[in-house]
Ligand binder design. Structure first.
Ligand code: URA
Length: 445
């Protein structure tokens, strides 16, 4: 820690800082450094931080405040360092990473990490587990027999050097202030504050030490950000934070009105990701994987690379197989199958004009694919298979969803979650559904 970031423990009175923010004022750099340090150490009570988080939610923060807040959260823990990754001639290899703000059926990290690594760009992807209706990347990969999420820093570096891609759990030492603050926000109605979301995500990504970062900011019914304006603000704030910290950061705004692909769950999403790596898979998953790969490769200095070709010719699949095997997984093993399945039929004949992402996410969660509490286990085989996408023609009675679970008693509540989740219109034209809604770079700030 620098002298500036180790403030005098008695320097400020937290109640004064809460009042400043409550009244719409600006917190000074040394106040923010003191506050985050004191909160991480337990010198500021949870109820005081909770009042401050609510004041931030209601009053907002200026760019400089968010930047200092993020730096303080980074300084609360350790930073990773990938500078030892070099090519044969000693040139440093630029790493690239992606973060999604979370959505239903969002399995993109699985094909994306090996795809980008297939071009020689190392991808250190520290991921999380699911909470609530959006799934967690680690939960999905743990459906693969033998696969291990926890790696030591040495194992991670070795795999990055030898295979090129790692998807693993973030260690407890990365931004501990964020872990504490995120848990508090979760129970105090203060998750939705843009400055707090942006600093939470970016503190972890900057501490991770990546050179380039692409953000997939979801917009719509199944996303944190329900409106384009909110998503735009979050994306700009995060791109500014990354840029200020020297990370080449861009953001894509992408639709989360309906689920991505045709599966939501754990093993079923791995299966769909492998289809994409084999050159097939649903077109929206392929489109987003390729678009994000292009952004990552461009930010890492390879604007001419053609990721679509590397999906078609098997290069990305080769890296996937080595990445899974390096973490103890068997890429050829059969994925666990749910003990029970139940079909939900299309309610009418016509064009499917809407499929609500939140309802499908909730159904998958109720079937056992997600958890209500951090310590809950998830079912590897649970989830939802979709048999049509918005824009498709459907016939009354045809299978629309297949519900998968190991516990039959979960089916009723999952079916309830899907009540009213789709619209079928007799005379509607297949409305084009835009997936990529916008792009924000440092030049747009
Ligand atoms: N994800 C995070 O890591 N932090 C937030 O605040 C919201 C989503």
């Amino acid at each position: 820690m620098t002298a500036e970031s180790t403030p005098d423990p008695q320097a400020f009175d937290v109640v004064d800082l809460i009042r400043t923010k409550r009244d719409g004022g600006r917190l000074a750099d040394d106040e923010i450094a003191w506050l985050i340090d004191a909160y991480t150490d337990g010198r500021i009570a949870e109820e005081q931080m909770s009042a401050l988080a609510m004041a931030v939610l209601l009053r907002g923060m200026e760019r400089a405040e968010i930047s200092r807040w993020t730096r303080a959260m980074i300084e609360s823990g350790e930073r990773m360092d990938f500078s030892s990754l070099t090519t044969a001639d000693g040139t440093r290899r630029r790493t690239a990473d992606k973060h999604s703000t979370g959505g239903v059926g969002d399995k993109i990290t699985l094909p994306l990490a090996p795809l980008v690594a297939a071009f020689g760009v190392p991808v250190p992807q520290l991921s999380g587990r699911g909470l609530g209706h959006t799934g967690g990347t680690l939960d999905k990969l743990e459906a693969i027999p033998g696969w291990r999420a926890s790696l030591s820093s040495e194992e991670m570096l070795r795999q990055l050097d030898e295979v090129g891609a790692v998807i693993c759990a973030a260690g407890a030492g990365l931004a501990p202030a964020d872990k504490k603050l995120y848990a508090l926000r979760d129970v105090t109605g203060t998750v939705e504050a843009v400055p707090l979301i942006a600093s939470s995500i970016m503190s972890k990504k900057i501490a991770e030490g990546t050179d380039a970062l692409v953000l997939d900011v979801k917009v719509g019914a199944g996303a944190f950000m329900k409106t384009r304006a909110d998503a735009d603000e979050l994306a700009r704030t995060m791109v500014a934070l990354g840029t200020d910290a020297g990370v080449a950061t861009t953001a894509l705004l992408t639709s989360m009105e309906s689920p991505l692909g045709l599966t939501a769950g754990n093993g079923v999403e791995v299966e769909e990701s492998v289809e994409v790596l084999a050159g097939g898979g649903p077109s929206d998953v392929v489109e987003l994987t390729v678009a994000l790969a292009r952004e990552m490769l461009t930010a890492a200095g390879l604007p001419e690379a053609d990721p679509a070709e590397a999906l078609r010719d098997g290069r990305a699949m080769d890296v996937w197989r080595r990445m899974i095997a390096a973490q103890g997984g068997d890429p050829d093993a059969a994925l666990p199958q749910a003990a029970h399945q139940h079909t939900v039929a299309a309610p009418a004949t016509g064009t499917l004009t809407r499929m609500d992402a939140m309802s499908v996410g909730l159904a998958a969660w109720r079937l056992g694919a997600g958890r209500a509490r951090k310590e809950d286990a998830v079912q590897a085989g649970a989830g939802v298979r979709m048999h049509a996408k918005p824009g498709d023609q459907v016939t009354e009675g045809q299978p629309l969803f297949t519900l998968l679970t190991d516990e039959e008693q979960r089916i009723g509540r999952a079916e309830e979650a899907l009540t009213g989740a789709v619209d079928v219109e007799e005379s509607a034209q297949a409305a084009p559904q835009e997936l990529i809604l916008g792009r924000i770079t440092a030049d747009d700030l």
